[in-house]
Design a binder for this molecule. Structure first.
Ligand code: SF4
Length: 370
């Protein structure tokens, strides 16, 4: 079935908070004294994030999702393209403009301990943004930090403790409190729970969701764990080798993936928790579960090989060396910009031969084209 070009024309979208347009971020690779090439970390990404939503970005390690996160947060200069925040291109801001932008956009990092200075008391660390932006001083700053600690479930009496005196989950709460200090509009969460135990992951995710509801926050949520992304996201973007290959509302993506890579990832992960990590879905265990497990076993055979080097990405469709549906055209011709599904205009896929039904997913009933 042919798709419809330009999802933007097809969908009457609300004004986005963030609009990423043609974003490219390359890093030079040096060998000895010379330049040996470029890492194509992000290679032409378009994204929109609406106010108050959570956009999850998922993909294998090395696909460029953390670089994308840092570019959106203004922590990396971009090679090309634009990051529009409330209508302003933040890639062109002056130093002063960038400082102001950082009041509105904060990051939560994967390693909460690494993000904290072990020799600084946590109260001082949480209050750093208030000091840097000259928002509050002395007793007022201390009062606001204690409020933030309470907000994220930390004991304000522990203001003068050092990071090593907190558990990993509490350290991530410190990171969240610090990110909230300036009351940002957008929080970029870069694998915020991947270093935590599963039970602690659920606590931190629930905290982020509660804060979103209470404060109207918008999240860009980066993760490699499909269950976590499913639990937190309103919409999900799947990234492969520097590009977004599919974007869809959460339920649509998980129930009816159209890009062969998304389908293989989902099957390989055997995502069994539609709404809650660790809990069976509405249909419960049974035939659907067994079907997913079967597809998972099949996809582990089908998603062969490693992610190719981002220094020298494959020509044509970047996924073609690993794609079970690849045809001759895929090796020679890049897929067009993401096309929307006529039945679901928000579901966009960059593929010459997208899947038409779940049965076509790896391990499904119908035969993939050869
Ligand atoms: Fe597979 Fe071809 Fe689609 Fe790429 S364009 S994902 S190789 S079917």
């Amino acid at each position: 079935m042919a798709g419809v070009r330009s999802p933007r024309a097809a969908v009457d979208e609300p004004e986005p908070l963030v609009s990423v347009e043609g974003l490219v971020k390359h890093f030079p690779v040096r060998r000895g004294l010379g330049r040996a090439g470029r890492v194509h970390a992000v290679d032409g990404v378009d994204l929109r994030i609406r106010p108050g939503e959570t956009l999850g970005v998922v993909g294998e390690s090395g696909c460029g999702k953390s670089t994308l996160a840092r570019c959106v947060a203004g922590l990396h200069p971009v090679t090309r393209g634009r990051v529009m925040f409330e209508g302003t291109d933040v890639t062109r801001l002056s130093k002063a403009g960038l400082k102001e932008f950082r009041r509105s956009v904060q990051m939560i990092f994967q390693d909460p301990y690494g993000a904290l200075n072990p020799r600084r008391r946590v109260g001082a660390a949480i209050g750093d943004p208030l000091a840097i932006h000259a928002v509050a001083h002395g007793a007022e700053r201390r009062r606001r930090v204690r409020e933030l600690m309470e907000l994220v479930g930390l004991n304000p009496e522990h203001y003068d403790r050092f990071p090593a005196e907190f558990s990993s989950g509490q350290r991530q709460r410190i990171g969240v409190a610090r990110a909230l200090a300036l009351r940002p509009r957008l929080i970029v969460c870069d694998e915020p729970v991947s270093s935590l135990d599963v039970s602690i992951q659920a606590q931190v995710i629930n905290l982020l969701r509660d804060l979103q509801a209470e404060m109207g926050l918008t999240y860009l949520f980066i993760a490699h764990d499909l269950s976590v992304v499913r639990h937190v996201s309103d919409r999900v973007a799947v990234m492969y080798l520097g590009r977004i290959v599919e974007t869809a509302p959460r339920r649509d993506l998980y129930e009816r993936p159209r890009h062969p890579y998304s389908a293989a990832l989902l099957s390989a992960a055997s995502v069994t928790a539609p709404e809650d990590p660790g809990r069976p879905g509405p249909a419960g265990p049974g035939r659907a579960e067994a079907d997913r497990a079967r597809r998972g076993r099949a996809s582990r055979r089908l998603l062969i090989g490693d992610v190719p080097s981002p220094v020298d990405p494959p020509r044509g469709c970047r996924f073609h060396p690993r794609c079970p549906r690849a045809r001759e055209r895929c090796a020679g011709e890049e897929p067009p910009p993401p096309l929307s599904d006529p039945q679901a205009p928000e579901h966009v896929t960059a593929c010459h031969f997208p899947l038409e039904s779940p049965a076509e997913a790896p391990g499904g009933r119908s035969e993939a084209p050869r």
